[in-house]
Ligand binder design. Sequence first.
Ligand SMILES: *Cc1c(COP(=O)(O)O)cnc(C)c1O
Length: 240
Amino acid sequence: MTHNPDPARQRGFRTRAVHAGHGLDPATGAHATPIYATSTFGYGSAERGARLFAGEEQGYFYSRLTNPTVRAFEEKVASLEGLPDAVAFASGMGAVSAVCLTLLKPGDELIFIAPLYGGTTGFLTEVAAKFGVTVHEAADETAAEALCGPRTRLIWVETPTNPALNIVDLARVSRMARACGALSVADNTFSSPYLTRPAEHGVDVVMHSATKYLGGHGDAIGGVLAGPADLLAELRGVGL
Ligand SMILES: *Cc1c(COP(=O)(O)O)cnc(C)c1O
């Protein structure tokens, strides 16, 4: 359950791609990760159930929050991205909406460098804007820098962009976010952590539509956010 970043990080990327988040199933010894097709888990006792719900004890109790199969995926993505933790979602758009609805409040400003995936642009300009968030579209890094201010909460980029394949300077984006006290989010779907690890350029939160290259076979829909543990704990508590 607890992700231990350090030993995994010291391994090479290909080793982490195989082994991170992966171990023998403690219940059965199965060496392939079982698909836990269950919504809930037994608590053992009412007291333990109360501790699990209060967050005083770590464990599985409701699969919308996580379950052993999902957790293996989350740990693998966190390790591949070189970030402390990850939270999985039913889709990439689930991840986009959760991070926005958890972190943004009325009066906040968000800057995105266009173009983005159409669903993300639609969510930001039509949904986030409805909740009193000012959404700025910037044509490039220079335009984004000019828009940064004390109310900027998130700077959202995608690189390479889907489908135009524009490349964004992640180091410059993370510097501008830090300078105005905002968080940077990079949609890394099209690059995958094999080619780009945005956290190595100072980006705070990395998002994927796992439906694309992470899934790789066109047979599953999913999304994931990797980032700092405190931020993801807030997300798990509020946005899921
Ligand atoms: C597909 C995609 C999304 C949305 O993900 P879904 O899994 O379809 O919800 C977000 N960003 C990018 C770059 C995508 O390609």
